[in-house]
Design a protein around this ligand. Structure first.
Ligand code: LMR
Length: 393
């Protein structure tokens, strides 16, 4: 039977991890996979997470199964973090999932179940794994224009024009903040215009929010999600705790489905059913840490402070890189790096230039020229800036 299996295409982001590790050059720079790194190149366990783990170890008395939907306290705490405290609980159905990717996968399955034949509209470009999972599930994909390759900003008029072609029964995938891979984001007035188009077309918004707190702050980064959630009757939100809690390998996330309170029970049951079909009970360790941190004022304050310093650190690296490139090139054409938000920016280099950065300078970024700002530090910013110009970007 197994002889029928064909090699699967390598994940473009994850394959960089192996290539980088195998590179013997001491001065290599990893700007690939979306993992936060401090100035020494480490991905630290956040202080509040360490403290919560200690507390959990001391107080946990059983590891028996949790609920199919995960712990209600986790689902409620994460919903408040993402949707805000004003969102009526009666509208929210929610399940814990294995990370944000698990939430995205469950969302796609829910869409297919509720609307067989639905198209999922995705930004061009989007996180490659969105496309990979949609293709794997056989769900038709409809790209909408999003990024202006010239200005490296959102091509907003084109985006709106494309989205006006969506139909009731389709879903529109939006990035809640810190767009991956471009770093170019909607302003709040633009979110309102997107909401109006969604209202008009009747298409379902699915918002993937994986970087809350990495862009303009915890509240500001959720403002677009909250606006859509207030305006539209039905909304899906896939939230990840991997990045903002730094618990990547714990696989912690949730899928939230907002609907009419009269439909909430059926929705909650459907989400739990989908969990059961795919993996049964969701991972619990990370969810408990997140719950503890969000519910304990001291732990929460410490987590928020550390997250804010991570955010400001990335912002400062963006500004340093833009300034360095301005000085070296004598032009403002890299100013977009300081305007973008989150971990990523799409540089606008060609695949050949990205390859040269790797082979000639030991600088690794994704082939579409997405660079992870957090992979830099004060010493490597000038190295990168010189390399970018030397390959002719
Ligand atoms: C990324 O985009 O690099 C991250 O979301 C990690 C991943 O799973 O691709």
């Amino acid at each position: 039977m197994f002889s029928s299996l064909k090699p699967q295409p390598a994940d473009k982001i994850l394959q960089l991890i192996g290539q980088f590790r195998a590179d013997p050059r001491a001065d290599k720079i990893d700007l690939g996979v979306g993992v936060y790194k401090d100035a020494t190149g480490l991905t630290p366990v956040m202080r509040a997470v360490k403290a919560a783990e200690k507390r959990l170890w001391e107080t946990e008395t059983t590891k028996t199964y949790t609920g199919l939907a995960g712990e209600p306290a986790f689902n409620a705490a994460l919903a408040r973090l993402v949707l805000g405290t004003a969102m009526p609980e009666a509208r929210i159905a929610s399940v814990a999932t294995p990370g944000g990717t698990g939430a995205v996968r469950q969302a796609f399955e829910l869409i297919r179940m509720a609307s067989p034949g639905a198209r999922v509209w995705v930004s061009d470009p989007t996180w490659p794994n969105h496309l990979s999972i949609l293709n794997y599930l056989g769900i038709p994909v409809q790209p909408y224009r999003y990024f202006d390759a010239e200005t490296r900003a959102v091509a907003f008029e084109a985006m709106l024009a494309d989205l006006s072609g969506a139909k009731a029964g389709d879903a529109v995938l939006l990035h809640g903040c810190c767009h991956n891979p471009t770093g170019a984001n909607l302003t709040l007035p633009e979110w309102a215009e997107v909401a109006a188009v969604l209202e008009k077309t009747g298409a379902l918004p699915l918002i993937d929010i994986a970087y809350q707190g990495f862009g303009d702050g915890l509240e500001a980064d959720a403002a677009g999600v909250r606006l859509i959630a207030d305006r539209l009757p039905e909304v899906l939100v896939a939230a990840s705790c991997s990045k903002n809690f730094g618990i990547y390998r714990e696989r912690t996330g949730a899928l939230m489905a907002l609907s009419d309170p009269a439909r909430r029970e059926v929705m909650q049951g459907t989400l739990a059913f989908l969990n059961r079909q795919n993996f049964s009970f969701p991972p619990d360790h990370g969810a408990r840490l997140v719950t503890m941190i969000l519910e304990d004022p001291a732990l929460r304050a410490d987590w928020e402070a550390e997250l804010e310093s991570v955010r400001l650190g990335m912002l400062s690296l963006r500004e340093q890189l833009a300034a360095e490139l301005r000085d070296l090139s004598g032009s403002d054409r890299f100013g977009f790096l300081a305007q973008h938000r989150g971990m990523f920016s799409r540089l606008g280099a060609s695949p050949e230039q990205v390859e040269r950065l790797k082979t000639e300078h030991a600088i690794y970024m994704v082939g579409d020229s997405r660079l992870n700002i957090a992979g830099l530090n004060a010493a490597t910013v000038p190295v990168l800036a010189r390399a970018i110009l030397s390959v002719g970007v």
